[in-house]
Design a protein around this ligand. Structure first.
Ligand SMILES: [Zn+2]
Ligand SMILES: [Zn+2]
Length: 181
């Protein structure tokens, strides 16, 4: 079991290696990163955002065609939403072992604050590990410092530690039997 991270051209350059390393450490699963081969759709002109479900469907097609056994996480710079939410930091689909996260709102700049690369690395790693946690069949956790806490705001994300709580750690299904639909 390992994690394949697809780094989109629009995602912040130069952070691939530290983010991949931290995600791998948090989940204790090998991870590798490469430039994303995925061309996705799902742009909604009225909102100027991409529909995260549509992006996941594109990842699913890629995964099926390539008989990919790894968990796939796409990191994009595009702002993403899910119907019912104004925006999301990320979305996952355990049935097909695919997930997407967006850096669009994770940088300080978006919120009018001075840029901080270390914070951006932490946020991308935590959000990426959180979505892959769902692929490992973990649910949301009440412990606000746990990676599986549900982050509704950037503050929530910053309150987490870059680790799973011991309860979530014990619930990881290391060999999930997933049906590729
Ligand atoms: Zn979640
Ligand atoms: Zn937890």
């Amino acid at each position: 079991m390992n994690i394949l991270i697809f780094w989109d051209r629009g995602a912040p350059g130069g952070l691939e290696v530290p983010v991949t390393r931290i995600i791998s450490q948090i989940l204790d699963i090998p991870a590798e990163v490469c430039e994303s081969p995925i061309l996705y759709n799902g742009f909604e002109r009225g909102r100027d955002q991409f529909n995260a479900s549509a992006i996941l469907s594109c990842l699913d097609v890629f995964s099926r065609r390539n008989e990919e056994k790894s968990f796939i996480l796409l990191v994009t710079g595009d702002d993403i939403f899910r119907p019912g939410n104004r925006y999301v930091f990320g979305l996952s689909r355990p049935a097909t072992r695919t997930a997407v996260i967006s850096s669009a709102r994770l940088g300080n700049e978006y919120w009018g604050l001075p840029p901080d690369e270390m914070m951006l690395i932490d946020r991308l790693s935590r959000e990426g590990a959180h979505e892959i946690g769902h692929l490992l069949h973990l649910d949301h956790c009440d412990n606000i410092s746990c990676i599986m806490a549900n982050p509704l705001t950037l503050d929530d994300l910053d309150k987490k530690k870059s680790m799973l709580c011991s309860s979530c750690q014990s619930k990881i299904v290391r060999n999930p039997i997933s049906v590729i639909l």
